[in-house]
Design a protein around this ligand. Structure first.
Ligand SMILES: NC(=O)c1ccc[n+]([C@@H]2O[C@H](COP(=O)([O-])OP(=O)(O)OC[C@H]3O[C@@H](n4cnc5c(N)ncnc54)[C@H](OP(=O)(O)O)[C@@H]3O)[C@@H](O)[C@H]2O)c1
Length: 323
């Protein structure tokens, strides 16, 4: 495993574990996954040196936090535990009460990273950061983070907090590269972190899916990347991942992760549906891509032009209802 060199109290592994899948109906992994496999994934992650664990109060409506907390047990104190508040009513007393509730579900004395899950479109961050400041003062929260924030709003959040907002959790992968424009340079320059979510594009970059074998669950039924046309268009990128993978005895998913975390300010938080996937993902931290490989993958990614936005909506409906 490799770790960020960022000067946090606890080490943050370059490959973490995302736990939206834990107990969330929309992923459709079922009871055995929630009751047993999720726990096994967490225990194996610990063995492999993973220290970054990411959850949120909204995942499974608290179930993900509970499963993660129980699986970590006493080890929760030695990992970098990250959760998120959904800022529906982001006033200071609510923020404080919700942090306590998350810590209780996790069985944790404190939260290493408490993130604002997404920017509130109406209320600016002054109110939420007042609550965050109070939580840091009493030691319930270590670092404050944001998620799905533009650079401008990340900086405004820092100003409102009056100290560093350590991380911005955003989609970042070979097929979602907008953080390269401004978030990554900012993080590198200021000692901040970009936490890459959906680093495998929700499984697209594993190469496991194609037009004849599409994943069946609500999350991916609503993701245009899994439209038959887009799966066909992704074939060249998947082939490029396979080719680089052969040189490293690695899978396409591992190469996709190695590509994402090559940037020094990035840690990735892939989810996993099995212990084996988690093992592969953790091992990806140790893959060194050459400059040529990195660029070849970036070029193949640039040639992938999926159907997105409004053009994708009727196709999503057709793909879902078979018309
Ligand atoms: N802040 C936010 O708004 C936000 C939004 C989304 C996600 N997140 C966080 O980011 C985490 C990861 O994102 P994500 O779950 O959306 O997408 P992801 O990590 O890109 O994809 C996860 C899925 O990919 C497949 N997979 C994982 N490892 C694999 C491997 N080694 N080989 C083959 N397939 C593999 C699994 O699905 P199958 O086996 O079923 O194919 C798994 O459920 C979440 O758990 C959550 O913590 C945050």
């Amino acid at each position: 495993m490799r770790y960020l060199s960022i000067g946090t109290a606890k080490e943050i592994s370059k490959i973490g574990l995302g736990t939206w899948q834990f107990g969330s109906r929309e992923w459709g992994y079922g009871d055995r996954y929630a009751d047993q496999v999720a726990r096994d994934i967490v225990r194996r992650a610990l063995e492999l040196g993973v220290t970054l664990f990411d959850t949120a109060e909204i995942y499974g409506f608290g179930r993900s936090e509970r499963i993660l907390g129980q699986a970590l047990g006493e080890d929760r104190e030695r990992v970098f535990l990250a959760t998120k508040i959904l800022p529906v009513l982001p006033v200071a007393p609510v923020v404080e009460q919700r942090a306590v509730a998350s810590a209780n579900r996790l069985g944790a004395r404190s939260l290493d990273l408490y993130q604002v899950h997404q920017p509130n479109p109406v209320i600016r961050d002054g109110t939420i950061m007042r609550g965050m400041r109070a939580l840091q003062r009493v030691g319930l929260v270590g670092e404050v983070g944001v998620s799905n924030y533009s650079l401008q709003r990340w900086r405004a959040a820092e100003e409102a907090l009056g100290s560093r907002v350590l991380s911005n959790q955003v989609p970042y992968s070979l097929v979602a590269r907008s953080p390269e424009r401004d978030l990554l340079p900012y993080a590198a320059e200021r000692g901040r972190i970009v936490l890459a979510y959906s680093p495998l594009a929700q499984g697209l970059l594993s190469g496991r899916y194609d037009q004849d074998n599409r994943p069946a669950n609500r999350v991916r039924a609503g993701n245009p990347l899994f439209l038959p046309d887009n799966l066909a268009r992704a074939a060249e990128l998947i082939a490029a991942l396979r080719e680089v993978g052969e040189a490293h005895s690695a899978t396409p998913a591992q190469i996709a992760l190695a590509w994402v975390i090559r940037h020094p300010a990035v840690a990735a938080i892939p989810g996993a549906s099995s212990v084996e996937q988690l093992e592969h993902n953790a091992a990806a931290a140790d893959i060194d891509l050459t400059d040529g490989e990195y660029q070849a993958l970036a070029d193949a990614a640039a040639r992938f032009q999926p159907i997105t936005g409004r053009a994708a909506i009727p196709r999503l409906a057709r793909a879902r209802f078979g018309r």
